[in-house]
Design a protein. Structure first.
Length: 241
């Protein structure tokens, strides 16, 4: 009796699963599908729509196609110029290089980096920094302070230097030290990570937003080496601290 109920339940669940799979597949593959582009894995990244579970997958294609990356940056309203590749050695280079001065709204101190990092940074500013600043501190952010992307060096750890190259060696990383608000005041990771309740909330929420858009996000919670900045990168590993 019990096994008959089990078989019947399994058959129902299997039918529901097959039906759901058929429905999703047809929505993805039929022409003029009503599925929004942001939820369709066959469509390119839609940088202005809120990130979802498909964003990391679509981001990979956008950052591996220089033209697609530039188009996404333009859609976000970024002000950037394309620079030639900088190749110092096999380990140290900036490929698909751009210089970006304006993200979607906020300025950034002139940043030379890979197009992929510029795209992730601009999406972070658009989807997380500005809405979170408005919701927590009640102001917009006019400028984001960065303290470097390209740096031909090895990884520094809390235990000293390592023999592995940093993602900074290929400009696949950027360090953010603070934010200038629309009122002119400046809040920094160093001073305001443990600042007022609003500042603390802002800092933690933009850090968490970074975790959804970058491969690695490190904040003061990671170690003392990151007490004064957020480290974001698009390397092979994934981590959120
Ligand atoms: Zn860094």
């Amino acid at each position: 009796m019990v096994s008959r109920i089990f078989i019947r339940t399994s058959a129902i669940l299997l039918s529901v699963l097959v039906g759901f799979t058929v429905l999703i597949s047809s929505l993805i593959f039929i022409p003029n599908t009503p599925l929004p582009d942001a939820w369709n894995p066959r469509k390119p990244l839609t940088p202005l729509t809120a990130p979802n579970f498909l964003t990391p997958y679509k981001m990979r294609f956008a950052i591996n196609d220089f033209g697609a990356c530039q188009r996404a940056l333009t859609q976000l309203g970024a002000n950037f110029i394309v620079l030639p590749d900088k190749v110092v050695s096999d380990q140290c280079h900036i490929r698909d290089q751009v210089q970006i001065k304006n993200l979607s709204h906020a300025r950034v101190s002139a940043l030379k980096t890979t197009c992929g990092m510029a795209l992730r940074l601009t999406m972070w500013e658009y989807h997380h920094v500005q809405p979170t600043a408005k919701a927590t501190i009640g102001k917009l952010v006019n400028k984001i302070d960065q303290i470097g992307s390209y740096n031909c060096r090895e990884i520094r750890s809390a235990n000293g230097p390592t023999d592995r190259m940093s993602e900074h060696a290929t400009a696949n990383a950027v360090d953010i030290s603070g934010f200038q608000l629309s009122t002119g005041e400046r809040i920094s990771v160093l001073k305001n990570w443990n600042g007022t309740a609003d500042e603390r909330q802002f800092m933690r929420r933009v850090r968490d937003g970074g975790c959804g858009l970058f491969r690695i996000t490190l904040s003061p919670e990671y170690n003392d080496l990151h007490a004064d900045h957020f480290h974001f990168d698009q390397g092979r590993w994934s981590s959120c601290n």
